[in-house]
Design a protein around this ligand. Structure first.
Ligand SMILES: NC(=O)C1=CN([C@@H]2O[C@H](COP(=O)(O)OP(=O)(O)OC[C@H]3O[C@@H](n4cnc5c(N)ncnc54)[C@H](OP(=O)(O)O)[C@@H]3O)[C@@H](O)[C@H]2O)C=CC1
Ligand SMILES: CC(=O)N[C@@H](CCC(=O)OP(=O)(O)O)C(=O)O
Length: 342
């Protein structure tokens, strides 16, 4: 059994990790932290976990994280990087759901995240946890940088086109919509029911911090620079990301076949039949990414539709998938979940 600590067990990705790990046959949850609610039984805060998680929250200081095999950080940006050195030196593997280790260029990270990096010397060895791209490197990772939610939906949607070099790489467009849980559980005015319900808006058009992360991933796939326009939107749903991606073909290929062949061995990427329109509901609570690829009017523009659950394939599920790879388990262990519908 793998001894597991979760830092940030009271947040949305934290409780999603607990839901997944509670039914994982190799997971032994030993510590779940909260600064403000230490002492409270986890199932008092999350009755959905009654009978599944018997622990109480402990403070991060009392969690004895150095006795774990792996620690998940489901915390805001800038927390995992403060404890990474100590944990790695103690032989503990670390999976960060935040962005501390996602961007290889530390100066670029500091610019977008507005803080100084606390362990810049560890950034180079961290592995970006997108299994469909990095499976081999994930196996031996000591520090796993779990991808962002928007970056997961966008990169999986563009991957077959960009890897195979069949599109104009200078004009990629990602028009992406997220449910409100993407903003986390902390209280903020823009996620109040009266603000977010019955409303729809774009935000951060001038520059969102996921732009450098997506661009870095696409450039690694392409082996050259890419031009990307990324526009996130907030939609009045709780879970889900829907990415509508546009690219211009530079080579005439059968795009449906390209996607089906690229993803034929991927358990968590489902290429839908030609002409499909995936719904966020069709992946709800599951670790799936469903994609559909179109060429409207037979033109040279490719439109890819990519949907994920932001809390699962966009966060906790992908983190568990990476843990399975890191500990040489069946990659789908604990993740064989039928989506919830409606
Ligand atoms: N929501 C989403 O869809 C996605 C989120 N992410 C990323 O995952 C991370 C967690 O997100 P999310 O669950 O939504 O966030 P929440 O705001 O819902 O939860 C944050 C958690 O972090 C804990 N926390 C806050 N500050 C500290 C600290 N200084 N030390 C230790 N623990 C702390 C809080 O617990 P307490 O206050 O009780 O200690 C809480 O449990 C973020 O970095 C986010 O960007 C990534 C992909 C998708
Ligand atoms: C809807 C919403 O607010 N989404 C968040 C992004 C999700 C997130 O938590 O960011 P990471 O994936 O980098 O961890 C935002 O735009 O800031």
């Amino acid at each position: 059994m793998i001894k597991i600590g979760v830092v940030g067990g009271t947040g949305y990705t934290g409780v999603e990790l607990l839901r997944l790990l509670a039914r994982h046959p190799e997971a032994n949850l030993v510590a779940i932290t909260s600064r403000g609610d230490a002492g409270m039984p986890v199932c008092d805060m999350f009755p959905s976990l009654r009978g599944r998680v018997d622990l109480r929250f402990v403070t991060p200081q009392d969690a004895a994280l150095d006795r774990c095999d792996v620690v998940f950080f489901a915390t805001p940006n800038g927390i995992a990087m403060q404890q990474a050195r100590e944990l790695v030196d103690a032989g503990v593997r670390l999976i960060d759901l935040a962005a501390d280790f996602r961007i290889r260029d530390v100066a670029e990270w500091e610019k977008w995240y507005g803080m100084k990096h606390a362990s810049p010397e560890l950034v180079a060895e961290a592995v970006y946890g997108l299994p469909e791209r990095n499976r081999e490197r994930i196996r031996s990772a000591r520090i796993l940088a779990n991808p962002g939610c928007y970056p997961t939906a966008v990169q999986l949607g563009f991957l077959p086109l960009v890897e195979s070099g069949v599109v104009d790489l200078s004009h990629l467009i990602a028009d992406v919509k997220s449910g409100v849980s993407g903003a986390g559980r902390k209280a903020e005015v823009h996620t109040l029911f009266a603000e977010a319900a019955d409303n729809f808006k774009a935000y951060a058009v001038a520059g969102h911090r996921h732009l450098p992360e997506i661009r870095q991933g696409l450039e690694a796939m392409a082996g050259q620079g890419v031009g990307l326009t990324f526009v996130p939107h907030l939609t009045p749903m709780i879970r889900g990301i829907h990415a509508t991606l546009y690219a211009r073909l530079s080579t005439d290929v059968n795009v449906q076949k390209l996607f089906e062949e690229r993803y034929q061995d991927e358990l968590f990427v489902d290429v839908l039949p030609t002409g499909s329109h995936p719904e966020t509901r069709s992946v709800r609570a599951s670790n799936l990414c469903r994609v559909a690829v179109h060429r409207p009017h037979g033109s040279d523009v490719v439109v890819v539709l990519s949907v994920i659950d932001n809390l699962v394939k966009g966060a906790a599920g992908q983190a568990v998938q990476c843990m399975n790879i890191m500990f040489e388990l069946d990659e789908s262990l604990g993740l064989d979940i039928v989506p919830v519908s409606p």
